[in-house]
Ligand binder design. Structure first.
Ligand code: PAD
Ligand code: ZN
Length: 375
């Protein structure tokens, strides 16, 4: 059936309100407008950021179609789109790259001004939505909704990848993998022989562990309250596992005792203020580097002992591994195809889209590092 220029009716998951169970509904997906692309989704991961959206920890507009960690095939393109064409394999990007704003033009910046995470408007760049259900407007999630058979995203929030990419897995290279791996290898630049601590051993934290290991870290301490995460974390390179709920002292004190001087590199991949503070306080006072990848609730404030800033350690936030997304993500896919990196250990489950609730259960129980939905 030729769908070009026509509204497509397909299945999508809708969150009608915060904390309400997702329901799979028939939705209408309008054709892409100028500068947009419509994509047939092939796979989508379930990321911690989606969970923050569904729980209302991030301020967003409902109803919305969640998901952002997606891989698909371009169905059609709007006027002026020249970086991809129908039939191309693409990843969608929660952090776009417009190549025009201050962040994109800066050699280090990657938090493109056209992102829709902080804050989340839920609409396309022209202020309107491409989704509706029974006549009601449905909002987008980060301009990248992926829990749907078809989505529309701005051209700058998608990137063409190698034709040989296995589409049932590479969705993780759209967000979780580069976020974590890049935090270690690109942002922190973890050094050989260093000591690291990773708070949160989910999808992002596991990719951080992989990056620390690949960088030659000699000790990687993994922290999680769900001990189901520990066997897989050890297989990825974690040398010591800590469950803060089973410790007699605050976890940062235990990390200090274990290392004597504090770690060289601490990473937070949970999104909680307390674990951000614990990561900061686990670092060596003089040269430690603390990287925050977790996304805290919209109204959260971070409070640190101000005098201790003076001693020299570094606090840095990191989004999408500090990669300029359209420039760097395709190369990560190619590196995967050339066996330079391996995302396979992160893909612990793959389920068809109609088993979305089972997939969410695997996510919430912590049984999955990443559970991938297949469309
Ligand atoms: P995830 O749910 O797969 O992993 C979170 C892990 O944290 C789980 O293993 C939990 O058991 C563990 N955890 C929860 N609470 C605690 C606690 N109090 N102490 C210790 N461990 C705990 O999520 P994820 O890995 O997909 O995402 C992690 C965070 O990273 C989340 O805040 C998400 O929004 C953020 C994120 N940031 C970026 C970015 O670019 N900075 C990209 C993608 C995700
Ligand atoms: Zn994500």
């Amino acid at each position: 059936m030729n769908t070009l220029g026509k509204t497509i009716t397909c299945r999508a998951a809708i969150a009608w309100a915060k904390n309400s169970p997702l329901s799979i509904e028939e939705v209408q997906v309008e054709p892409p407008k100028s500068g947009e692309v419509r994509i047939k989704m092939i796979s989508s991961g379930i990321c911690g950021s989606d969970d923050h959206v569904l729980k209302g920890e991030l301020v967003v507009n409902f109803p919305l179609i969640p998901g952002h960690e997606g891989a698909g095939i371009v169905e059609s393109v709007g006027d002026g789109v020249c970086s991809m064409k129908p039939g191309d394999k693409v990843l969608i990007l929660i952090i776009p790259q417009c190549r025009e704003c201050d962040a994109c033009l800066h050699p280090k910046g990657n938090f493109c001004y056209k992102q829709d995470v902080l804050p989340c408007s839920g609409v396309m760049l022209d202020g309107t939505s491409r989704f509706s259900c029974r006549g009601q407007k449905i909002y987008h999630s980060f301009r990248t909704s992926s829990f749907t058979e078809y989505t529309v995203v701005p051209e700058i929030a998608a990137v063409k990848i190698d034709d040989a990419a296995p589409m049932d897995k590479v969705c993780l290279i759209s967000c979780g993998f580069p976020t974590g791996y890049g935090a270690a290898v690109n942002s922190a630049k973890v050094t050989p022989g260093s000591t690291c601590v990773v708070f949160g051993l989910g999808g992002v934290g596991s990719a951080i562990v992989m990056g620390c290991k690949a960088s030659g870290a000699s000790r990687i301490i993994g922290v999680d309250i769900n001990e189901e995460k520990f066997p897989r974390a050890r297989a990825l390179g974690v040398t010591d596992c800590l469950n803060p709920n089973k410790l007699e002292k605050p976890v940062q004190e235990v990390v200090m005792e274990m290392t004597g001087v504090g770690v060289d590199f601490a990473f937070e991949a949970i999104g909680l203020v307390d674990t951000m503070v614990a990561a900061w306080n686990s670092c060596n006072n003089s040269y430690g580097v603390c990287l925050i990848a977790g996304l805290a609730p919209s109204d959260a404030q971070l409070s640190l002992e101000a005098p201790k800033i003076l001693s020299g350690k570094t606090l840095k936030g990191v989004c999408l591994g500090d990669y300029k997304t359209r420039d760097c993500i395709p190369q990560i896919v190619t590196d995967y195809l050339q066996n330079k990196i391996n995302i396979d250990p992160l893909v612990t489950y793959q389920l068809p889209f109609n088993q979305l609730h089972e997939a969410l259960e695997l996510f919430h129980s912590g049984k999955a590092i990443r559970c991938v939905l297949l469309f």
